[in-house]
Design a protein around this ligand. Sequence first.
Ligand SMILES: C[S@@+](CC[C@H](N)C(=O)[O-])C[C@H]1O[C@@H](n2cnc3c(N)ncnc32)[C@H](O)[C@@H]1O
Length: 330
Amino acid sequence: MPEHKNKNFDRPGGYSTPLGSIASQRHNENYEDVTLLGDQARPHLPERKHISPTHSLSHPETSLYIGDCREVLANLPEKGAVDLIFADPPFNWDVPYENWSDDMPRSVFERFTFDWLDLCIDSLSPTGAIWVNIPDDTAAEVVLHLKRRGLIMVNWCVWHFRFGQYREGSFIMSKVHALYFVKDPVNRTWNSDAILELSDRATIYNDKRTQEKGKNKGMRVPMDVWYGKYWGRVQGNSRERRHGHHNQIPEVYLERVILACSNEGDLVLDPFAGSGTTSTVARAHGRRSISIECSEVNAASAWERISTIGMIRKNCSFGQSSAIHKKRTT
Ligand SMILES: C[S@@+](CC[C@H](N)C(=O)[O-])C[C@H]1O[C@@H](n2cnc3c(N)ncnc32)[C@H](O)[C@@H]1O
């Protein structure tokens, strides 16, 4: 018997996770029993206190707290009301951050990761989403921890860059994982129309069906591997580059996440602000935002960018083609 296509999607219009995948995650209560190395280390107990941001702006409300994100998240007045979290944490790769040791014993690092993830989950609204930017060596633990806390994975995206660090002893690293989890996969914000790109069917394969569609002719929701003109690691000669920051994320990456998973006026939070990419992009698109950063030097630089420089590549994350071949003629 021929195989039949599974058209049983959980959202009308398709292009979402098939019902089977979400249902199987939702109905597996046993994730709670999964044990990870970080469970051996003691959880951090934040001090309960009144906090206020070091910097703030209005229209839309934008604030920046300086401190350890675990302390700030635990005391946030907006607890339970955040619509979207984007987190690009320290990777424990011995980066010389100010006020932060990036060289912890593995179990302590995992415990730190679980602690801030738990506090982020508490901060999210019931319809909220969290995105985590995380490399190969910790992606599995983040996925399992979020699953054992009852969140559902909608996408496991990959940010692919072609300016990797030269090495000869192994393949050159050219990706970071972008993990998209929600509390409620049915009631979540998902604006597919805001992030469409030209489809390969239209630009390469001359497939008539894409031009016959009722709306969004020749367009598609981007695939889950992200790359392109402005998607490389932000390097020294990039117009976006903020001096002295490690691992600055390109604006187009945040623009795609923010446009897809939040609406104008929504509240976006970044617990590891770095150069301030999240709030800069959120502000450019009319979202309220909260950033947290433990380094005073980074926080000052981030605030300069958020408050006076602003977004440089607004609207560059959609409407383009990400095709990797020229138009097919035969
Ligand atoms: C990978 S960088 C974030 C880069 C950011 N996404 C950007 O585009 O510029 C991580 C940042 O987290 C900060 N950080 C490290 N530990 C922290 C903590 N416990 N609480 C708050 N910030 C922390 C570091 O100082 C660094 O600026």
